[in-house]
Write a protein that binds this ligand. Structure first.
Ligand code: ZN
Length: 347
């Protein structure tokens, strides 16, 4: 029996050394050391041996078992290492490298500035409202006193969603003002930030999709002074200093009087690219809400006496503000979706 063990040992070690892959090694291991393997067979046969052979056979078989276990373990390690080497040399997947860290997202620069603007207005007691981007013509135009022949209604400006032109992609966030008047009880202060859509030729300052922030304040004795104070406060907080402002007459169908609200360029003293060398930046359109717009907005509301109400409204482009804040000179970058651009504004 001891001779058989010795020949088995030599044969088994030679076969382990010759195994070429993990699967061959696994089969061999089962054959040698498995429950029904050669070693188990020898150990099971010990009671049938002559008394004097039993002890040495038992010792020999267990020693061989230990030796084979170790040989197979070392061989497996060698095979694993060779596999990794082969993968690495092949330029493929390297299982020894740590996994790639998932990229962390960031806030879009428009979202960053929008949140800043919202924080300033909520600190003044404003409510932030949202509204549909696909809007009825009534809310987008009619209720805002936009006459049927107004240029902004023409096809080149507006995306219509149906043949009868009753549904539009909103061209402004103003419809949210009408919805606010339908729902809220004066006095109230609201802003409506959001996406708007125009069927326009795209260039460095025009996009078909852009962002506005509109505001509406309705109550008794609301005057132009409240409007200018509010916009000054916004700009002072955004640019963290006192900026000179001016009002010029401007035409917007839903306000009377209407104004263009300009701010002294925060980036220069005698003209620069941002202000087109004028030292003034046209910041927003605004004015006192037309009585007919208030009437349309509050129509059917028995709890509201429209005759006592006045209000102001304003609207400015968020994209323009973002471009000013970050020194971006082409609006198309904002919605272009190029991560190399967006990653420059981490937050
Ligand atoms: Zn300037």
């Amino acid at each position: 029996m001891l001779e058989r063990l010795e020949s088995l040992r030599q044969d088994a070690l030679a076969r382990v050394a010759e195994a070429t892959d993990a699967e061959a090694l696994r089969v061999l291991e089962k054959e040698l050391l498995g429950k029904e393997g050669v070693i188990s067979e020898i150990l099971a046969a010990i009671p049938t041996l002559p008394q004097e052979e039993r002890r040495d056979t038992g010792r020999g078989a267990n020693a061989l078992k230990g030796e084979l276990l170790e040989a197979i373990g070392s061989k497996r390690a060698l095979l694993d290492e060779a596999l990794v080497e082969a993968l690495r040399d092949g330029g493929g997947f390297d299982p020894t490298l740590p996994p790639a860290t998932p990229a962390r997202g960031g806030l879009h620069p428009i979202t960053q500035v929008r949140r800043e603007v919202e924080a300033i207005f909520t600190s003044m007691g404003y409510e932030v409202l949202d509204g549909p981007e696909v809007e009825l013509d009534y809310y987008n135009f009619q209720a805002l006193n936009v006459p049927v022949d107004h240029p902004s209604r023409e096809l080149q400006d507006t995306f219509y969603c149906d043949d009868s032109h009753t549904v539009v992609m909103r061209t402004q966030t103003s419809p949210v003002q009408i919805r606010a008047m339908e729902r809220l009880k004066p006095p109230f202060r609201v802003i409506a930030p959001g996406r708007v859509f125009r069927n326009e030729e795209q260039d460095a300052t025009h996009e078909h999709t852009f962002h506005q922030v509109e505001g509406l304040v309705v109550g008794e004795d609301i005057q132009v002074g409240h409007l200018t104070w509010t916009l000054r406060r916004l700009l002072n907080e955004l640019f963290e200093r006192e900026l000179e402002v001016r009002l010029r007459p401007g035409y917007f169908p839903f306000v009377e009087p209407g104004f263009e609200f300009d701010v002294r360029c925060p980036f220069c003293e005698d003209g620069c690219r941002v202000c087109s060398q004028t030292t003034w930046i046209e910041f927003c359109g605004c004015g006192m809400v037309q009585p007919c717009v208030l009437e349309a907005g509050f129509s059917g509301r028995e709890d509201v006496d429209v005759s006592k109400l006045t209000g102001f409204a304003f609207g400015f482009g968020l994209d323009r503000l973002v471009m000013m804040r970050f020194g971006i000179d082409d609006i198309r970058n904002l919605m272009g979706g190029d991560l190399r651009f967006l990653e420059q504004f981490p937050c």
